[in-house]
Design a protein around this ligand. Structure first.
Ligand code: GLA
Length: 736
């Protein structure tokens, strides 16, 4: 049992292998948060919460002679609004009488085997006997607004998921102005906040700073989880490093505008509230209606590496779905950086032929193939081939590509429409636009109103036809602008604040229908690279194009930052041409291969421009990747250096769970004359075993490699890279 109820003390305790989470139904009926952290068993942690009479922290009327009891100092599972807790609130509700107060009192709870699901939203699932669910029901005593708090406990995985449901049990409308997924109070410790910021072509850069008493906000208002901030934050002990120290992760499984607010309060207690961004949010909840928040995945780990391992295993096994989640991902060649918009039948067939000759398994026709598309000013919405470019049609092209022994994949950007398209001419009102206001353009395109059933139906039919007629094996699902001008004539004025969230629900519904209808298709998410890289999308697409920056040296930092929360099997990574098209930097093919092999591997270049030697090298890379793929995707990811610092080299390692195999990757960023020796202390090996280094046949013990470190040969030249395989040979005898 991972959920324990102690009735006499009102304690609800959630236990995972390494953590304890505890709450209490306290005497006034509030659901008090007592503890989350390293495992303490079912000890009553209420002793940590001594109460004092605090100036300017008032008392609920029902506790009027208890000057030491204040919502302003009480750690809570879901913070109230307007009734005396001046810290970050979790709920915002406008009632029909104009009042906004909301607080919740305990009503009941239930626990059950298995993991709850969330209607219309991605939610982690149980593969069988892995999870338990706790649902605590609370109610506002005055307005009868009901709150159901969901807790999913995955003991072995050390993850606790959270979500909330709001139910209007009255008859008058309530307008939700905020509905957080999680509120987490941490009354002890001294913490750093680690968040992941970025921009197009440089996503998920870790930034770590001590919490200050000014509220910090990590958010996106772009209608997508965004390049600029990721819906994942870590609170780690000031002293925490990769190997040790308390680390809490909060990861929102949501792909739209989000907000994480982090407050260090007047008594140095921390509160994190995370959920849909409330900035543009206003949801009408009529009598009898329910609202579900997205899910937040909480994890606690000793050290940042452990925290990452928790998320990697959890996302791979309990969030990603479908045939490909743990399976081999075909090595692909994508046409984008080979052709850009200059595609036509002959060019694509020639490219596919060259790809097949390299040993590539899947050919992906990127942007430029559909009706009227010559550049990014036209065509979005018309998801059928341009006959001037493909005179024999796409089905003919697909057949020819399949006949080459390749699988066939295609790029689409279904959520968008170009003004220059048949779709827009037929349905100009299907694009978001505020009344009387010309909408913002991004890449000269508009955003389709996915809140409308008929728009999603059109897209489902168009996609289903495209996929079916062309025997599609893989889809790259792109999104190339931030959302704006959210207004839809399909919804009454009082519901316009629902559009941002309804848009996200619309994508999820469309993707649910398509992934169910086409279970054999591998879907890769994309948003101008990694602009929508989140656990919500991973529920539908087990991999996401990590960044439009394909420069191997830049990718070191991008993939490093991404690895804090997301597994290598989720990171789309390709070898592109040198000099690189984004930075102009020249790097060796070996280096580009090694960097891309730490994700879902592929190529994004014109093989016609390669020398024979390079082609041979690529053939060898593909074979190597296929051998290492399960180790990379399913093994443990160790960051051996901090790639966000300008060290002369970057190193990372994958070790199989049983420690029998390990892959070390090193890339030099700047070669130095007379350089110091580099001793890389490997991780995750069996200290008592002997490992053979496959590349030179030498043998060293796990202990020697982990405590002394592998000593690298001097790195010379521009951006050199080394990849070494360590294979466990035998255990060392205790008496040896
Ligand atoms: C986005 C993607 C790229 C490519 C282009 C095509 O930027 O991230 O990989 O598909 O669109 O327009």
């Amino acid at each position: 049992m991972s959920i324990v109820y102690d009735k006499s003390r009102g304690l609800l305790t959630l236990e995972t292998d390494a953590s304890t989470y505890q709450m209490r139904i306290e005497d006034h009926g509030y659901l008090e948060h007592l503890y989350y952290g390293p495992k303490v068993g079912v000890s009553d942690m209420s002793f940590m919460h001594r109460r004092y009479d605090r100036g300017f922290s008032g008392n609920p009327y029902a506790a009027k002679f208890e000057r030491a009891f204040s919502l302003d100092t009480l750690c809570q599972e879901y913070s109230s609004f307007g009734v005396g807790d001046y810290r970050i609130h979790s709920i915002g509700a406008l009632h029909s009488d104009g009042s906004r107060c909301a607080e919740f009192h305990y009503v009941s709870h239930e626990s059950k085997a298995g993991k709850y699901a969330l209607p219309g939203l991605p939610a982690a699932y149980d593969n069988g006997g892995e999870a338990e669910t706790l649902i605590v029901t609370l109610r506002d005593p005055i307005t009868k607004l009901t709150l159901r708090l969901y807790y999913g406990v995955f003991p072995r995985l050390d993850v606790i998921t959270r979500a909330a449901e709001l139910i209007n049990e009255g008859t008058e409308d309530v307008f939700l102005e905020k509905a957080a997924s999680v509120c987490l109070d941490i009354p002890f410790g001294s913490w750093d906040l680690l968040s992941f910021h970025g921009r197009h072509c440089m996503e998920r850069q870790p930034e770590r700073a001590a919490l200050s008493h000014a509220v910090q906000i990590v958010s996106s208002e772009r209608g997508m989880s965004s390049h600029q901030q990721n819906p994942f934050v870590i609170l780690c002990d000031r002293e925490a490093n990769e190997d040790h120290g308390d680390c809490f992760g909060l990861m929102l499984a949501y792909s739209g505008s989000f907000k994480a607010e982090i407050e260090l309060d007047q008594f140095d207690s921390v509160r994190v509230v995370m959920g849909i961004s409330d900035t543009q949010f206003r949801w009408k909840l009529a009598g009898g209606e329910h609202f579900f928040t997205p899910e937040a995945n909480l994890a606690f780990g000793d050290g940042l590496t452990r925290l990452s391992h928790i998320y990697h295993a959890f996302l791979r096994n309990n969030v990603c779905r479908g045939e490909y989640k743990l399976a081999h991902r075909p090595v692909l060649l994508n046409s984008w950086e080979a052709t850009y918009y200059a595609v036509n039948e002959n060019r694509i067939l020639a490219l596919a032929e060259q790809a097949a000759a390299l040993g590539v398994e899947l050919f992906v026709l990127d942007d430029g193939w559909f009706h009227g598309r010559r550049d990014d000013n036209a065509g979005l919405g018309d998801w059928f081939e341009d006959r001037d470019l493909f005179p024999h049609g796409l089905t003919h092209l697909a057949k020819k590509i399949l006949a080459m022994g390749l699988q066939f994949g295609i790029w689409v950007e279904p959520e968008m429409v170009s003004e220059a398209s048949e779709l827009y001419r037929a349905h100009p009102d299907w694009a978001f636009q505020a009344p009387g206001r010309a909408p913002m353009l991004g890449r000269n395109q508009l955003v389709l109103d996915l809140t409308r059933d008929e728009v999603r139906d059109y897209l489902f039919d168009a996609m289903a036809k495209l996929f079916r007629e062309n025997n599609i094996h893989y889809v790259k699902w792109d999104l190339n602008r931030s959302l704006s001008d959210l207004y839809s004539p399909a919804w009454e004025p009082g519901r316009q604040g629902e559009l941002g969230h309804r848009y996200v629900l619309g994508i999820y519904e469309l993707l649910e229908r398509l992934t169910a209808a086409f279970p054999h298709i591998l879907f890769e998410g994309c948003a101008g690279g990694g602009g929508r890289f989140d656990a919500g999308m991973l529920y539908y697409t087990p991999q996401i194009w990590c960044s439009d920056d394909t420069d191997a040296i830049e990718r070191l930092a991008i993939q490093y930052g991404t690895s804090f929360g997301y597994p290598a099997s989720a990171m789309g990574a390709h070898v592109s041409a040198s000099p690189n098209h984004q930075t102009g930097r020249s790097t060796p093919l070996n280096t580009r291969g090694i960097v891309a092999m730490s994700g879902t591997f592929g190529y994004e270049l014109d093989p016609g421009k390669l020398t024979e030697t390079e082609k041979q090298e690529i053939r060898a890379q593909i074979l190597r990747f296929r051998e290492d793929e399960m180790l990379v995707h399913g093994g443990r990811y160790y960051r051996l250096t901090d790639a966000s610092k300008q060290l002369p080299y970057v190193a990372w390692q994958f070790t199989s769970e049983d420690g029998s195999k390990s892959l070390l990757n090193v890339v030099g960023r700047h070669s130095q004359a007379n350089a110091p020796l580099i001793h890389l202390r490997l991780k995750g090996l069996d200290p008592k075993a002997v490992y053979e280094i496959a590349e030179d046949g030498s043998c060293l013990s796990g202990a020697a490699l982990m405590y002394g470190g592998y000593t690298l040969p001097l790195l010379t030249g521009d951006y050199p890279a080394i990849q070494l395989h360590f294979v466990r040979k035998q255990a060392i005898r205790e008496d040896a």
